[in-house]
Design a protein. Structure first.
Length: 354
């Protein structure tokens, strides 16, 4: 996954150290991960974590993920680390997998939003790891965790570039919040979240949020199926129906509606853009005044990588609507379908007239 790492910007050790000091002093620092950028605070400092909620405009009943360095001690953060969790860490850490475990007693309530669990993740991005190591080195016991949600305002599209973060938090940046630039996020969508906090109640592994690491890969390591959430599963804000939305109304369209749109039929008033993974020819001039084309990658990993940056860019295009070709309903597209399905649900457009 790191084939492009050499081309990515690399923050200096001075910048990393300044960000680590900000965290140690109770401030916020934004940093790249392989999934999306995070807005970090010292996970053991409740006032610092409260600053994340204030900056994001996020309700206090949404827990945040604690990020740890590869050398971090999971047993310091979790009250119980079941064998299944250790197997998955061995297989997928560092990487885009968050494990929900029973939390250790010293984890502040603000991190877990009052739940008895904690979300733990060890990111693979080298800049994230450098920051986590530098921060842990400043903590008296050498264990440091950075609580970090995606570095966007609540309900908005996650940032995959440092400039996205600076655009979301101009006030914090003006007040000196470090934003470490690690280039474009490689995965592009948020980590897979797997709940293992209720194994002692006979509930197996539960997939709370699909991601780059798939349920199939997880089940193969566990030798057991992965379940869908039931009513008693822990809450996750990324699992709200309307989440991850751009400002421009977004409509998911099937092949038939795309074919009609390409004939200029059924288009809403105003300029629209069609986001398609088909290899479409350029549109005739009379149609392209009303409908623009954006061709996106046809494989799920590259599509995911481009998704949020594309949505952010198109959001500034002054379009009346984003018409997004629905991806295939196959398991390899699960994570992408989850995100764009929620984005479309935010608008619940009535398209019966089209
Ligand atoms: O890829 C990612 O996971 C990114 C990067 C920055 O690591 N982070 C991220 O954080 O997406 P956030 O806060 O935007 O989404 C984390 C999700 C939320 O839906 C939250 O409710 C859930 O994880 N979560 C965190 N701790 C949890 C817990 N103890 N129990 C259940 N859900 C939890
Ligand atoms: Mg988020």
């Amino acid at each position: 996954m790191n084939s492009k790492a050499a081309a990515q910007p690399v923050p200096s050790q001075q910048e990393i150290d300044r960000a680590a000091r900000c965290l140690a002093e109770g401030g916020l620092a934004a940093f790249p991960t392989e999934t999306v950028y995070g807005l970090g605070a010292d996970a053991e400092n409740p006032q610092a974590v409260a600053r994340i909620y204030a900056a994001k405009g996020r309700p206090a009943n949404h827990p945040v993920i604690v990020h740890i360095a590869p050398e971090g001690d999971v047993d310091y953060w979790a009250a119980q680390v079941p064998d299944q969790a250790r197997k998955l860490m061995q297989a997928f850490w560092p990487g885009p997998l968050t494990l929900i475990l029973k939390r250790a007693p010293h984890i502040p309530d603000t991190v877990s939003a009052g739940q008895d669990s904690v979300g733990l993740r060890c990111p693979s991005h080298p800049v994230a790891q450098d920051l986590l190591r530098a921060f842990a080195a400043l903590k008296p016991g050498g264990q440091g965790g950075v609580a970090a949600p995606s570095a966007n305002k609540f309900g908005q599209v996650s940032p995959t570039l440092a400039e996205h973060v600076r655009g979301e938090f101009p006030d914090e940046v003006a007040q000196g919040m470090p934003v470490l630039d690690g280039g474009a996020a490689e995965v592009g969508i948020e980590s897979t979240i797997l709940d293992l906090s209720r194994l002692d109640q006979g509930v197996g592994a539960v997939l709370l949020r699909p991601g780059h690491i798939s349920a199939v890969q997880i089940a193969a390591v566990l030798g057991q199926p992965v379940h869908s959430p039931d009513a008693a599963a822990p809450r996750a804000s990324g699992t709200l129906k309307a989440h991850y939305a751009p400002h421009t109304p977004l409509e998911l369209i099937d092949g038939a509606r795309q074919a009609r749109a390409l004939r200029g039929e059924g288009l809403p008033d105003g300029r629209c853009v069609l986001v398609s993974y088909d290899d479409l020819p350029a549109l005739p001039a009379d149609l392209s005044a009303r409908l623009q084309l954006r061709i996106v990658p046809a494989d799920p990993a590259h599509y995911a990588q481009a998704l949020y940056a594309t949505l952010r860019e198109l959001d500034h295009g002054g379009y009346a609507r984003l018409l997004v070709q629905a991806p295939p309903r196959t398991p390899d597209w699960d994570a992408v379908n989850d995100r764009i399905g929620r984005a479309a649900a935010a608008f619940a457009l009535d398209t019966s007239g089209f």
